[in-house]
Design a protein around this ligand. Structure first.
Ligand code: CA
Length: 220
C-alpha cells in the first residue's frame, strides 16, 4: 500500500515515515500542499495522510480540489486543529477520517488499516483467499494454516494482489505500489517477487496475464 504523507513538520514526518515503512507501507513524503497536489494528480497513492496547515496550498484546499476532480483516494487528516468545527469542516471537505495531534501511533495505524479495508471493499480485517490468509494487523501470512515468511516487498505485493482478486495489475502499477518515488526499481523486480511468492505459496495463486502483468483469480 502506497501512502503519501503531506506534513511540513520535518521531525514528525521523518519519524512517521519510518514507522509506516516498518509496517510495510510504501511511503512518500511531501512538505507542502502543491507538491502533494502534484503527487495526487499522478494517481499512484492508496492513502493520503494530510496535515491541514501546509505551506503553498492549505490541506483543506488541496482536499477540496482532489474531491472536485473525482479523486477517491482515502484521506486521513492529521492536524493540530482540534476544534469540533475543524473536524466537521475536514470531514465535509471529503476526508475519510480525522485525527488530532498529538496522536497515538497505534490508533493511527489502526485507522490506516480501516482505510485500506474500505479501499478494497472488505469488512473482514483478515484477508482469506484460496488457502492464503493475510492479517494486516500482525502482517502474518499463512498458506493452508502453515505460517509463511515473506520479505516486506513480497508482503506488499501479495497484499496488493489479494485486495482485488480478478484485477490485472501491470508491472508498472505494481512497481508504483511497492516502491516510493525516486527509488530505483530494477526492471525485473516485480517478476522476482512474484517468483518468490509462487515458490512460498501455491504456485497457481498468481496468474500471469500475458504481456500485461499479474492477478489472482477472483473466485475465493
Ligand atoms: Ca503543519
Amino acid at each position: 500500500m502506497h501512502l503519501l504523507v503531506a506534513e511540513d513538520d520535518t521531525m514528525l514526518a521523518r519519524s512517521l515515515c519510518e514507522v509506516l515503512r516498518r509496517e510495510a507501507y510504501t511511503v512518500d513524503w511531501v512538505a507542502d500542499g502543491l507538491a502533494a497536489q502534484e503527487f495526487l494528480g499522478r494517481g499512484d497513492i492508496d492513502i493520503l495522510v494530510l496535515d491541514l496547515g501546509l505551506p503553498a496550498l492549505d490541506g483543506l484546499a488541496l482536499l477540496r480540489w482532489a474531491r472536485a476532480r473525482g479523486d477517491t483516494t482515502p484521506v486521513l487528516i492529521l492536524t493540530a486543529r482540534d476544534q469540533i468545527a475543524d473536524r466537521v469542516a475536514g470531514l465535509d471537505a471529503g476526508a475519510d477520517d480525522y485525527l488530532v495531534k498529538p496522536f497515538d501511533l497505534h490508533e493511527l495505524l489502526a485507522r490506516l488499516r480501516v482505510l485500506g479495508r474500505r479501499r478494497s471493499g472488505r469488512a473482514d480485517p483478515v484477508i482469506r483467499h484460496q488457502g492464503v490468509q493475510l492479517d494486516p494487523v500482525s502482517r502474518g501470512v499463512s498458506f493452508k494454516d502453515a505460517p509463511v515468511v515473506l520479505t516486506r516487498r513480497e508482503y506488499a505485493l501479495l497484499l496488493a494482489l489479494l485486495e482485488r482478486p480478478g484485477r490485472v495489475w501491470t508491472r508498472e502499477e505494481l512497481a508504483r505500489r511497492l516502491y516510493a518515488g525516486g527509488q530505483e526499481v530494477h526492471s525485473n523486480a516485480i517478476e522476482v517477487h512474484v517468483h518468490a511468492l509462487r515458490r512460498k505459496l501455491d504456485p497457481q495463486l498468481i496468474q500471469s496475464a500475458r504481456g500485461v502483468g499479474y492477478m489472482v483469480r477472483g473466485d475465493a
